[in-house]
Design a protein around this ligand. Structure first.
Ligand SMILES: NC(=O)c1ccc[n+]([C@@H]2O[C@H](COP(=O)([O-])OP(=O)(O)OC[C@H]3O[C@@H](n4cnc5c(N)ncnc54)[C@H](O)[C@@H]3O)[C@@H](O)[C@H]2O)c1
Length: 347
C-alpha cells in the first residue's frame, strides 16, 4: 500500500511512518517541519527506498495537488496539525490555519485526485483526530462515537471543525473517509513540551515538576505504538464514513500518572538522595482545563478486533527507559522556542 502520511515527522506521525515501513508499505511523509517536527524521529527509515519525504505545508493547496499527482497514493493518513493546547491558548491563529484550512486543502486535493483516478474503491482519506472534540466528562460516563461534540479550547475547536469538514466531504461528495478520535498519547519521541516528557526531563534536570491545578484531571493514556497500530488497522479495515474512538483503557489522574513516572525513575535511575517525587510542584491551572476524558473503546474492539497491547505501567516504563537512552534527542529540542516555558496563561 502506498500511504501519504501528513505530519509524519511529528510524534504520532513518525510512529505511523516507522510501523508502516516495517510492514512493507511505501510511505510519502508530507511535513512542513514546524517547531514540533524532528527528522530524527524517522531517521531509522530515511534510507529505505520505500520512504519519501516531501517538505510541504498543508496550507499550500497547489503544492498538495502536485504531491497527489506525483505520488498517486492509495490512501491518505492526515495527522499534520498544531497539537499543543497551551500554545493554542496563547496563539490560536496557526491552529485555525493548519488544522481547519489545512484539512480543507487536504480534502480538496484528495477529492480532485480521487475523481481524476476514476474514484478507486480502495481509496481512503483517514483523518486523525482527538477525544478532546467531545469536551469534558464528569466523574461518570465515557465518550462514544455518538457523543455530541463540545470542544472547549482553541485546539479542540479547530480539530472538531476539521472533523465536521471531513464528514461533510463524505456526505456531500462521497469521498471515502474514516475518522479516528483518540485519547492522550505518550511514548518515545514525544516532543518535550508535553506532560510525560516534561516530567522525565525536569526530574532528571533537578527542576520542579509542574502539576496544573490539583492534578485531578483524568486522561485515558494510550501508548503511541499502540495508537499507530490502531491507525494502520483502521485505514485498511475501517468502514467508510465511520469514526472510531481509540483509547488505552488506562484512566489516570495527572497526579497518579506523574507519581507512577517518578516511581519508575526512582527505580531505574535513583537520585543520590531523596525521591523525584519531592520535585512535584503544583502550579496555576490551565484556563478551561477539561476535567476528564475517557474513551469507550467498544466499536474498534468489537468491529475491528483491536485492543491496546500494553498497560500504562508497561508503556511508561518503556518510555522512561527510552528517554534515559536518548538524551541527545531531547537535549537538542530544548532550545526550540517556548520549550521549557509555561505557556497557555494568556487567557
Ligand atoms: N498527541 C496526542 O496525544 C494526540 C491525541 C489525539 C489526537 N492527536 C492528533 O494526532 C495528530 C498528530 O499529533 P502529534 O502529537 O504527533 O503532533 P506533533 O505536534 O508532534 O506533530 C505534528 C506534525 O505536523 C507537522 N505540521 C504542523 N503544521 C503543519 C502544516 N501546516 N503542514 C504540514 N505539516 C505540518 C509538524 O511539523 C509535525 O511534524 C494531530 O492531528 C493531533 O491532533 C494527538
Amino acid at each position: 500500500m502506498k500511504i501519504l502520511v501528513t505530519g509524519g515527522s511529528g510524534f504520532i506521525g513518525s510512529a505511523v511512518v516507522r510501523q508502516a515501513i516495517a510492514r512493507g508499505n511505501e510511505v510519502i511523509n508530507l511535513d512542513a517541519l514546524t517547531y514540533a517536527a524532528c527528522q530524527e524521529n524517522v531517521a531509522s527509515v530515511a534510507d529505505n527506498p520505500r520512504y519519501h519525504f516531501v517538505h510541504a505545508d498543508v496550507r499550500d493547496r497547489a503544492k498538495l495537488d502536485e504531491v497527489f499527482r506525483e505520488y498517486a497514493p492509495d490512501v491518505v493518513m492526515h495527522l499534520a496539525a498544531e497539537s499543543h493546547v497551551d500554545r493554542s491558548i496563547d496563539g490560536p491563529s496557526d491552529f485555525i490555519e493548519t488544522n481547519i484550512t489545512g484539512t480543507f486543502n487536504m480534502l480538496e486535493a484528495a477529492r480532485g485526485y480521487w475523481i481524476d483516478a476514476g474514484k478507486p474503491e480502495s481509496f481512503r482519506f483517514h483523518h486523525i483526530s482527538t477525544d478532546e472534540v467531545y469536551g469534558s466528562l464528569g466523574e461518570e460516563g465515557l465518550f462514544t462515537e455518538t457523543t455530541a461534540y463540545d470542544p472547549r479550547s482553541p485546539y479542540s475547536a479547530s480539530k472538531a471543525s476539521a472533523d465536521h469538514l471531513v464528514r461533510a466531504w463524505h456526505e456531500t461528495y462521497g469521498l471515502p473517509v474514516v475518522i479516528t478520535n483518540c485519547s492522550n498519547n505518550y511514548g518515545p519521541y514525544h516532543f518535550p513540551e508535553k506532560l510525560v516528557p516534561v516530567v522525565i526531563i525536569n526530574a532528571l534536570s533537578g527542576k520542579p515538576i509542574p502539576i496544573y491545578g490539583k492534578g485531578d484531571n483524568v486522561r485515558d493514556w494510550l501508548f503511541v505504538e499502540d495508537h499507530a497500530d490502531a491507525l494502520l488497522l483502521v485505514v485498511q479495515e475501517g468502514k467508510i464514513g465511520r469514526s472510531y474512538n481509540i483509547g488505552g483503557e488506562n484512566e489516570r489522574t495527572n497526579l497518579e500518572l506523574v507519581r507512577t513516572l517518578l516511581t519508575i525513575l526512582d527505580e531505574v535511575r535513583p537520585k543520590a538522595d531523596g525521591s523525584y517525587l519531592d520535585q512535584i510542584e503544583f502550579v496555576a491551572d490551565r484556563p478551561g482545563h477539561d476535567q476528564r476524558y475517557a474513551i469507550d473503546p467498544r466499536r474498534i474492539r468489537d468491529e475491528l478486533g483491536w485492543r491496546p497491547s500494553v498497560t500504562v505501567e508497561e508503556g511508561l516504563e518503556r518510555t522512561v527507559r527510552w528517554y534515559l537512552d536518548n538524551e541527545d534527542w531531547w537535549q537538542a529540542l530544548l532550545d526550540r522556542k517556548g520549550v521549557g516555558e509555561r505557556l497557555g496563561t494568556k487567557a
